[in-house]
Design a protein. Structure first.
Length: 268
């Protein structure tokens, strides 16, 4: 499926950053949000420090009131302060290290710009500082890396926590069930028109993977290494069993997810 950004609903334009790779899919989605007829906009996740990309975002955004970050990962946040200084505005983020100006951002906050309303939903798990942004007027949610437009996201231990991530998926699912959101506008990949279906898939996938990890642990316990299995070796051995269908290039990221799953299982 080809994805190049575009205009969505009455209030959103996605400017795709040229940083495509196996982890970022087609690149980072930078979102420009503006109330119809308004002069000022909100920019979410300016992405990498790429001059052509930032020029395109500036052209789409016009007068920027504020920059918001879904989380701190480099492919979303690198250009945030640079772009905000260029546009004469601040950066609001949950992590103070990524802010420009005094205003933070957290669960339950409401950002209002010229009639545009953005509700902040705390969705930790992919990272400790992950936020999602609900646009009630569009019944859409910007999820950053919590939900992707294709495939599933990485919950990378130790910053990523599987228990928190499952709770965040349940929270978004509840909003979809309550008809407060219908579409997902992700940080990578195409928009998802069926939010409830996507969240059903994500929750089922996580539960399935967790069951596979538990089965792999039982298998390794029943057939231990002759010299014993070192604790640091265990995650990679689980990856080799559970992620056989995944390109080995991605096994490093898979191992971080497995470490998060093992921590979750240990805490139960």
């Amino acid at each position: 499926m080809s994805w190049g950004g575009g205009t969505f609903g009455q209030r959103a334009q996605c400017v795709l950053a040229p940083n495509a790779n196996m982890m970022t899919l087609d690149g980072t989605n930078t979102w420009v949000l503006r109330e119809p007829g308004s002069r000022r906009s909100v920019v979410v996740d300016p992405g990498p420090s790429d001059s052509a990309h930032l020029d395109a975002v500036a052209a789409a955004a016009g007068d920027v009131a504020v920059v918001l970050l879904t989380h701190h990962h480099h492919d979303h946040s690198e250009a945030a302060k640079e772009f905000a200084e260029r546009m004469g505005c601040g950066v609001r983020a949950l992590d103070p290290d990524y802010r420009l100006g005094a205003e933070g951002l957290g669960d339950g906050d409401v950002v209002e710009v010229d009639g545009l309303e953005i509700r902040v939903v705390g969705t930790p798990g992919h990272t400790a500082d992950s936020l999602s942004f609900l646009l009630p007027a569009e019944r859409a949610v910007l999820t950053g890396d919590t939900v992707l437009g294709r495939g599933t996201t990485v919950v990378a231990h130790p910053d990523g926590q599987l228990g928190a991530y499952l709770d965040s998926l349940d929270r978004l699912h509840a909003l979809a069930e309550a008809h407060e959101l219908a579409a997902i506008w992700p940080g990578h990949g195409p928009v998802i028109p069926d939010a409830l279906g996507a969240l059903d898939f994500y929750i089922a996938h996580r539960r399935e993977r967790l069951g596979q990890v538990e089965a792999a642990l039982a298998r390794l316990k029943d057939a231990p290494h002759p010299e014993g299995l070192a604790a640091d070796e265990l995650p990679r051995r689980v990856v080799e069993i559970v992620y056989q269908d995944v390109d080995p290039v991605l096994w490093g990221a898979a191992e971080l997810s497995v470490r998060a799953q093992l921590a979750y299982l240990h805490s139960r």
